[in-house]
Design a protein around this ligand. Structure first.
Ligand code: SF4
Length: 375
């Protein structure tokens, strides 16, 4: 059996080298990869075609230059970075890119996308709770259009049975990731924030059944020994994503363990299974209308804060850190509600900014250090 350290090294290697992961998949299967732009894309349809769905989450850049021609400077930092990489030709080897126009920035991306990679853009219905039945029908129809366009681009047929099989593979992976997060919380003295992140980030670049096997192997290696006592502070992180690794290392340096997350990049993408339904596309549609606690999935009831507060109790967390993607309107609009709810529940909290056009983190370091000292 491989050790925890050996397995973490493998996750880190995959998380840091998506191109290598894509090339390995191509060499093994003879099939290519489809880019999945955040967020809520029904990846199972791509998986059912036998292609590798690969997450597009930008990258830390020293400077954004070319993207300024196409996006205003107040477009979110994530899409600025994605646009820059796209203009540099980084995504040209993908067979296709899929995304939903869930926010204003994503709506603009369709008109601005250049290069040779075809793009499939679709719409999620936002009247999810007050007209659920109609929303399900609308959403299923959108997914049927995505499927038809994919079949056209990839020159293949995607059957209902194949999507059902892929849903089962994804649900198994979601369960394994949820279990890993719980085990990581229990072994907070062992699992460093950057290691936890590498395990979950690798998910975006691997065929899901392979990721599931690796996660299960990691859980077995981790739990082979009893959990040592953790003497630092336990925090929950929320936001779109929390990167780069240097930032996660600041958590570790200040004795903070991440015991749960509400990140779109991480738990929000696997905290809920897709339900069973004889019609696979309807099952995927129902997963969207059932989904709660994301700024991109409209719900006038705003359950997100309550969900995070519940997790604070469940994981015995000392505080919440909100990782705010720079200029992400949907997350910014939710933030005033969150801080009021955290204050009412007596939960210490901090907001830090995530900017992919930055290589210096001194300001964030100071904020986290001060917060850790207050805790
Ligand atoms: S949800 Fe936020 S981070 Fe994601 S594309 Fe829209 S503005 Fe950018």
């Amino acid at each position: 059996m491989r050790t925890y350290a050996e397995l973490i090294a493998e996750f880190k290697n995959i998380a840091e080298n998506p191109r290598k992961a894509m090339e390995a998949f191509k060499a093994e299967t003879g099939k290519g990869a489809v880019g999945i732009l955040p967020a809520h894309v029904p990846e199972e349809i791509v998986h059912a075609a036998g292609y590798l769905p690969i997450g597009i989450w930008g990258a830390q850049k020293k400077a954004i230059n070319k993207a300024r021609t196409y996006l205003p400077p107040f477009a979110c930092s994530l899409m600025q970075s994605v646009m820059e990489l796209q203009l540099e030709g980084v995504y040209d080897e993908l067979d296709c890119v899929i995304y939903s126009s869930l926010c204003d920035t994503l709506k603009c991306m369709n008109q601005k996308w250049h290069g040779k990679t075809p793009v499939i853009v679709f719409t999620h219905p936002q009247n999810r709770k007050i007209a659920k039945k109609a929303a399900n029908v609308f959403c299923r129809e959108e997914y049927a259009i995505v499927k038809a366009k994919l079949e056209d681009i990839l020159e293949c047929t995607i059957t209902n049975k194949a999507i059902q099989n892929s849903i089962a593979v994804y649900n198994e992976n979601r369960a394994a990731c949820r279990k890993f997060c719980d085990v990581a919380a229990e072994y907070a003295a062992v699992v460093k924030p950057a290691e936890r992140h590498a395990v979950l980030k690798a998910r975006w670049f691997m065929e899901k059944s392979k990721h599931t096997d690796l996660v299960n192997e990691l859980i077995a290696a981790l739990t082979a020994q009893p959990a040592p006592k953790f003497t630092g502070k336990r925090v929950i992180v929320s936001g779109i994503m929390l990167e780069p690794t240097e930032l996660l290392d600041v958590f570790e340096e200040n004795g903070l363990a991440i015991v749960a997350d509400d990140l779109l990049h991480e738990s929000r993408s696997f905290r809920q299974d897709v339900p069973e339904d004889a019609d696979a596309l309807m099952a995927l549609a129902r997963a969207w209308t059932d989904f709660d606690g994301c700024a991109l999935a409209t719900d006038a009831d705003k359950p997100k804060g309550r969900m995070i507060i519940e997790d604070c109790k469940k994981y015995n967390a000392d505080a919440v850190i909100v990782a705010m993607m720079k200029f992400c309107d949907p997350e910014e609009f939710d933030y005033p509600i969150l801080i009021q709810e955290f204050a009412a529940a007596g939960i210490p909290n901090l907001q830090i900014e995530i900017d992919q056009e930055s290589t210096v983190f001194e300001q964030v370091k100071t904020r986290i250090q001060t917060f850790a000292e207050i805790l």
